[in-house]
Design a protein around this ligand. Structure first.
Ligand code: DHB
Ligand code: MG
Length: 215
């Protein structure tokens, strides 16, 4: 804790969330439908979605790659920040999740801007051209994060962004962990911090969001 920082707690996060663009009724409905269909209740926090939109707009992003579509919630947040002609290529391994996401994306206001690509993250990423994206968002299996990062450093143009979810390891970053992938996230965080092609920082929104600029 440095002398120049305020120690933030639950009150501050509530204060931030209350002053942030909220999710709309469509995204709330998507979540209710996902729960009803037994899709895992895993999505970015609304204030994180809003922050990602701000980053995409500031970066003037047109082409976004996402690894881990799940219900399509974050893909819709991101697609809404893109200009006409922009696109999100989002990769999903689980057919049930891809089916759900495709249905809800088709009903959304950004249906023409999101492409759901089915398959394992690495298999699909390998088909993407170098420098073909402005932003990549990693939010899939944590065991492959290091490989996804290496691949996205190829795919994202210089000056582009690499965003990575779950830097806080599902809330288990410190102390004893109940999940195996907590150690994986901790190791990934060290790698991210040491990646010289990126200037990066963990933004404490949601479960911790890595934001890296490719220098
Ligand atoms: C889990 C995965 C995520 O990407 C997330 O944001 C929250 C939870 C999980 O695997 O439980
Ligand atoms: Mg996540």
């Amino acid at each position: 804790m440095s002398e120049t920082s305020t120690l933030v707690g639950a009150e501050h996060f509530r204060y931030v969330a209350e002053r942030t663009t909220r999710e709309d009724e469509f995204l709330r409905e998507l979540k209710r439908a996902a729960i009803a269909e037994g899709i895992p209740q895993i999505w970015v926090a609304p204030e994180q979605g809003s922050f990602m939109q701000i980053l995409l707009r500031a970066a003037r992003a047109r082409d976004v790659v996402e690894v881990g579509t799940l219900a399509g919630y974050s893909a819709i947040w991101m697609a809404r920040a893109l200009p006409e002609g922009g696109r999100v290529r989002t990769i999903e391994l689980e057919p049930k999740h891809a089916d759900f996401a495709e249905r809800w994306i088709a009903k959304s206001d950004v249906a023409g801007r999101i492409e759901v690509l089915r398959g394992a993250g690495m298999d699909v990423l390998k088909t993407f051209a170098a420098d073909s994206a402005d932003v990549a968002f990693l939010d899939a299996d944590k065991s492959s994060y290091a490989k996804y990062l290496a691949e996205c450093l190829r795919i994202v143009r210089r000056g582009g962004l690499i965003l990575v979810d779950n830097a806080f390891a599902f809330g288990e970053l410190f102390g004893a962990a109940t999940r195996e992938d907590v150690a994986t996230v901790r190791a990934f965080n060290e790698r991210m911090a040491k990646t010289r092609e990126l200037q990066s920082i963990i933004v404490p929104l949601g479960d911790g969001l890595w934001v890296g600029v490719k220098t």
